[in-house]
Design a protein around this ligand. Sequence first.
Ligand SMILES: C[S@@+](CC[C@H](N)C(=O)[O-])C[C@H]1O[C@@H](n2cnc3c(N)ncnc32)[C@H](O)[C@@H]1O
Length: 219
Amino acid sequence: MSSNIEELVGNIFTKEDISIQRTISKYMKLLFKWHETNNIVSSSNIDYVIKREIYDSYQLNNALSGNSFSDIGTGGGIPGIIMAILKPNMRVDLIDRKTTFINFLSLVKAELRLENVTVIKKDVLGPNIFFDTDTVVIKNFSNKKISKMKFEEKFSFMMNIIKNNGTASKAYMLTGSPVLELSEECVSKFSLSTTKISSPFFSTSRYIAEVRFEDTIDS
Ligand SMILES: C[S@@+](CC[C@H](N)C(=O)[O-])C[C@H]1O[C@@H](n2cnc3c(N)ncnc32)[C@H](O)[C@@H]1O
Protein backbone atom coordinates (compact mmCIF):
# COMPACT_ATOMS: atom_id res chain seq x y z
CA MET A 1 0.00 0.00 0.00
CA SER A 2 2.73 2.52 1.03
CA SER A 3 4.75 2.81 -2.19
CA ASN A 4 1.58 3.15 -4.27
CA ILE A 5 0.42 6.05 -2.08
CA GLU A 6 3.76 7.82 -2.26
CA GLU A 7 3.90 7.52 -6.04
CA LEU A 8 0.32 8.74 -6.52
CA VAL A 9 0.81 11.67 -4.15
CA GLY A 10 4.16 12.52 -5.79
CA ASN A 11 2.51 12.60 -9.24
CA ILE A 12 -0.20 15.02 -8.10
CA PHE A 13 1.72 17.30 -5.76
CA THR A 14 4.74 17.68 -8.07
CA LYS A 15 4.96 21.42 -7.37
CA GLU A 16 5.05 20.98 -3.59
CA ASP A 17 8.10 20.37 -1.38
CA ILE A 18 9.01 16.79 -0.65
CA SER A 19 8.19 17.41 3.05
CA ILE A 20 4.60 18.37 2.08
CA GLN A 21 4.35 15.29 -0.14
CA ARG A 22 5.53 13.11 2.75
CA THR A 23 2.95 14.62 5.12
CA ILE A 24 0.14 14.05 2.60
CA SER A 25 1.28 10.44 2.08
CA LYS A 26 1.30 9.92 5.85
CA TYR A 27 -2.25 11.29 6.04
CA MET A 28 -3.35 8.94 3.25
CA LYS A 29 -1.83 5.94 5.04
CA LEU A 30 -3.66 6.83 8.26
CA LEU A 31 -6.90 7.40 6.33
CA PHE A 32 -6.83 4.01 4.59
CA LYS A 33 -5.68 2.17 7.72
CA TRP A 34 -8.64 3.59 9.68
CA HIS A 35 -10.96 2.99 6.75
CA GLU A 36 -10.39 -0.77 7.02
CA THR A 37 -12.23 -0.84 10.35
CA ASN A 38 -14.20 2.42 10.50
CA ASN A 39 -15.41 3.19 6.95
CA ILE A 40 -14.28 6.82 6.92
CA VAL A 41 -13.80 7.56 3.22
CA SER A 42 -16.06 7.23 0.15
CA SER A 43 -14.15 4.29 -1.38
CA SER A 44 -11.53 1.68 -0.46
CA ASN A 45 -9.89 2.20 -3.84
CA ILE A 46 -6.70 4.13 -3.01
CA ASP A 47 -6.07 5.05 -6.64
CA TYR A 48 -9.60 6.47 -7.02
CA VAL A 49 -9.61 8.42 -3.74
CA ILE A 50 -6.25 10.06 -4.43
CA LYS A 51 -6.96 10.88 -8.08
CA ARG A 52 -10.51 12.09 -7.45
CA GLU A 53 -11.00 13.32 -3.86
CA ILE A 54 -7.45 14.42 -3.10
CA TYR A 55 -6.67 15.85 -6.54
CA ASP A 56 -9.93 17.84 -6.51
CA SER A 57 -9.23 19.05 -2.96
CA TYR A 58 -5.83 20.26 -4.14
CA GLN A 59 -7.46 22.23 -6.95
CA LEU A 60 -9.94 23.72 -4.48
CA ASN A 61 -7.09 24.68 -2.16
CA ASN A 62 -5.31 26.45 -5.02
CA ALA A 63 -8.44 28.30 -6.12
CA LEU A 64 -9.69 29.67 -2.81
CA SER A 65 -8.83 32.82 -0.93
CA GLY A 66 -9.19 33.52 2.78
CA ASN A 67 -7.25 33.54 6.03
CA SER A 68 -9.21 31.07 8.14
CA PHE A 69 -11.36 28.14 7.10
CA SER A 70 -14.14 25.94 8.48
CA ASP A 71 -14.60 22.60 6.71
CA ILE A 72 -18.14 21.52 7.57
CA GLY A 73 -19.07 17.83 7.40
CA THR A 74 -15.37 17.16 6.99
CA GLY A 75 -15.63 13.39 7.60
CA GLY A 76 -12.11 11.98 7.26
CA GLY A 77 -10.77 15.51 6.68
CA ILE A 78 -11.41 16.00 2.97
CA PRO A 79 -10.66 18.73 1.94
CA GLY A 80 -9.74 20.33 5.32
CA ILE A 81 -6.64 18.27 6.15
CA ILE A 82 -5.18 18.80 2.67
CA MET A 83 -5.73 22.56 3.08
CA ALA A 84 -4.18 22.55 6.56
CA ILE A 85 -1.06 20.78 5.26
CA LEU A 86 -0.72 23.18 2.33
CA LYS A 87 -1.54 26.32 4.37
CA PRO A 88 0.37 25.79 7.65
CA ASN A 89 0.00 29.43 8.68
CA MET A 90 -3.77 29.51 8.33
CA ARG A 91 -6.33 28.22 10.78
CA VAL A 92 -8.47 25.31 9.64
CA ASP A 93 -11.46 24.20 11.75
CA LEU A 94 -12.65 20.68 10.98
CA ILE A 95 -16.29 20.23 11.97
CA ASP A 96 -18.25 16.99 12.08
CA ARG A 97 -20.91 15.56 14.37
CA LYS A 98 -19.69 11.94 14.41
CA THR A 99 -17.32 10.66 17.09
CA THR A 100 -15.53 8.24 14.71
CA PHE A 101 -14.42 11.11 12.50
CA ILE A 102 -13.53 13.35 15.46
CA ASN A 103 -11.32 10.61 16.95
CA PHE A 104 -9.61 10.02 13.61
CA LEU A 105 -9.05 13.73 12.96
CA SER A 106 -7.64 14.23 16.46
CA LEU A 107 -5.15 11.45 15.78
CA VAL A 108 -4.20 12.95 12.38
CA LYS A 109 -3.70 16.38 13.97
CA ALA A 110 -1.35 14.87 16.58
CA GLU A 111 0.54 12.53 14.23
CA LEU A 112 1.09 15.18 11.55
CA ARG A 113 1.67 17.97 14.12
CA LEU A 114 -0.94 20.21 12.49
CA GLU A 115 -0.98 23.09 14.94
CA ASN A 116 -3.25 25.14 12.68
CA VAL A 117 -6.05 22.54 12.94
CA THR A 118 -8.91 22.62 15.46
CA VAL A 119 -11.15 19.55 15.54
CA ILE A 120 -14.73 20.42 16.51
CA LYS A 121 -17.53 17.95 17.28
CA LYS A 122 -20.69 19.83 16.42
CA ASP A 123 -23.99 19.40 14.59
CA VAL A 124 -23.89 22.20 12.02
CA LEU A 125 -27.66 22.03 11.58
CA GLY A 126 -28.30 22.19 15.32
CA PRO A 127 -28.72 25.15 17.67
CA ASN A 128 -25.84 27.43 18.71
CA ILE A 129 -23.76 26.83 15.62
CA PHE A 130 -21.30 29.63 14.85
CA PHE A 131 -18.58 29.61 12.18
CA ASP A 132 -15.98 32.14 13.27
CA THR A 133 -13.69 31.84 10.26
CA ASP A 134 -13.76 34.18 7.26
CA THR A 135 -14.34 31.28 4.85
CA VAL A 136 -16.33 28.03 4.91
CA VAL A 137 -15.68 25.02 2.67
CA ILE A 138 -18.05 22.15 2.07
CA LYS A 139 -17.72 18.93 0.09
CA ASN A 140 -20.20 16.07 -0.15
CA PHE A 141 -22.18 17.23 2.88
CA SER A 142 -24.91 14.65 3.38
CA ASN A 143 -27.55 14.55 6.04
CA LYS A 144 -31.00 12.97 6.44
CA LYS A 145 -32.57 16.40 6.88
CA ILE A 146 -31.53 17.54 3.40
CA SER A 147 -31.22 14.24 1.51
CA LYS A 148 -34.66 14.51 -0.13
CA MET A 149 -34.15 18.11 -1.26
CA LYS A 150 -33.42 18.95 -4.89
CA PHE A 151 -29.90 20.30 -5.48
CA GLU A 152 -30.96 23.96 -5.61
CA GLU A 153 -32.92 23.72 -2.38
CA LYS A 154 -30.02 21.91 -0.68
CA PHE A 155 -27.50 24.44 -1.97
CA SER A 156 -29.58 27.42 -0.77
CA PHE A 157 -30.29 25.74 2.57
CA MET A 158 -26.59 25.14 3.30
CA MET A 159 -25.50 28.58 2.10
CA ASN A 160 -28.13 30.23 4.31
CA ILE A 161 -26.92 28.16 7.30
CA ILE A 162 -23.38 29.41 6.69
CA LYS A 163 -24.44 33.01 6.04
CA ASN A 164 -26.70 33.28 9.09
CA ASN A 165 -24.46 31.58 11.65
CA GLY A 166 -21.11 33.24 11.89
CA THR A 167 -18.61 35.60 10.38
CA ALA A 168 -17.87 33.97 7.02
CA SER A 169 -17.86 36.36 4.09
CA LYS A 170 -17.57 33.57 1.57
CA ALA A 171 -18.10 29.87 1.07
CA TYR A 172 -16.81 27.31 -1.42
CA MET A 173 -18.60 24.12 -2.35
CA LEU A 174 -16.72 21.38 -4.19
CA THR A 175 -19.48 19.72 -6.15
CA GLY A 176 -20.72 18.10 -9.36
CA SER A 177 -22.43 19.28 -12.53
CA PRO A 178 -25.88 20.03 -10.95
CA VAL A 179 -24.35 23.34 -9.88
CA LEU A 180 -24.46 24.36 -13.54
CA GLU A 181 -28.26 24.02 -13.49
CA LEU A 182 -28.99 26.42 -10.64
CA SER A 183 -31.58 29.04 -11.50
CA GLU A 184 -30.52 32.57 -12.42
CA GLU A 185 -32.31 33.71 -9.29
CA CYS A 186 -30.17 31.46 -7.09
CA VAL A 187 -26.94 32.39 -8.91
CA SER A 188 -27.71 36.06 -8.46
CA LYS A 189 -28.95 35.74 -4.86
CA PHE A 190 -25.67 34.13 -3.78
CA SER A 191 -23.34 36.05 -6.14
CA LEU A 192 -22.27 32.63 -7.30
CA SER A 193 -19.30 32.02 -9.55
CA THR A 194 -18.42 28.52 -10.72
CA THR A 195 -15.08 27.16 -11.91
CA LYS A 196 -14.58 23.81 -13.60
CA ILE A 197 -11.83 21.56 -12.26
CA SER A 198 -10.05 19.94 -15.18
CA SER A 199 -9.07 16.45 -14.21
CA PRO A 200 -6.30 14.54 -16.01
CA PHE A 201 -7.77 11.34 -14.55
CA PHE A 202 -11.53 11.43 -15.18
CA SER A 203 -13.82 12.57 -17.99
CA THR A 204 -16.48 13.78 -15.54
CA SER A 205 -15.58 17.13 -14.05
CA ARG A 206 -16.24 18.59 -10.68
CA TYR A 207 -16.79 22.26 -9.96
CA ILE A 208 -15.84 24.86 -7.39
CA ALA A 209 -18.83 27.02 -6.48
CA GLU A 210 -17.87 30.29 -4.80
CA VAL A 211 -20.43 32.32 -2.87
CA ARG A 212 -19.73 35.84 -1.58
CA PHE A 213 -22.06 36.73 1.27
CA GLU A 214 -21.31 40.44 1.38
CA ASP A 215 -22.93 40.62 -2.05
CA THR A 216 -25.79 38.28 -1.21
CA ILE A 217 -29.30 39.59 -1.75
CA ASP A 218 -31.55 39.02 1.27
CA SER A 219 -35.01 37.69 0.57
C1 LIG B 1 -20.40 12.08 2.74
S1 LIG B 1 -19.47 12.62 4.14
C2 LIG B 1 -18.33 13.73 3.35
C3 LIG B 1 -17.04 13.83 4.10
C4 LIG B 1 -15.96 14.66 3.41
N1 LIG B 1 -16.31 16.06 3.32
C5 LIG B 1 -15.63 14.09 2.05
O1 LIG B 1 -15.91 14.73 1.04
O2 LIG B 1 -15.07 12.98 2.01
C6 LIG B 1 -20.61 13.73 4.96
C7 LIG B 1 -20.14 14.14 6.33
O3 LIG B 1 -21.04 15.12 6.85
C8 LIG B 1 -21.17 14.86 8.25
N2 LIG B 1 -22.43 15.48 8.70
C9 LIG B 1 -23.69 15.17 8.28
N3 LIG B 1 -24.58 15.93 8.93
C10 LIG B 1 -23.88 16.73 9.77
C11 LIG B 1 -24.26 17.72 10.69
N4 LIG B 1 -25.53 18.06 10.88
N5 LIG B 1 -23.29 18.37 11.39
C12 LIG B 1 -21.99 18.04 11.19
N6 LIG B 1 -21.57 17.10 10.33
C13 LIG B 1 -22.51 16.44 9.63
C14 LIG B 1 -21.16 13.36 8.35
O4 LIG B 1 -20.86 12.91 9.66
C15 LIG B 1 -20.09 13.00 7.33
O5 LIG B 1 -18.83 12.94 7.91
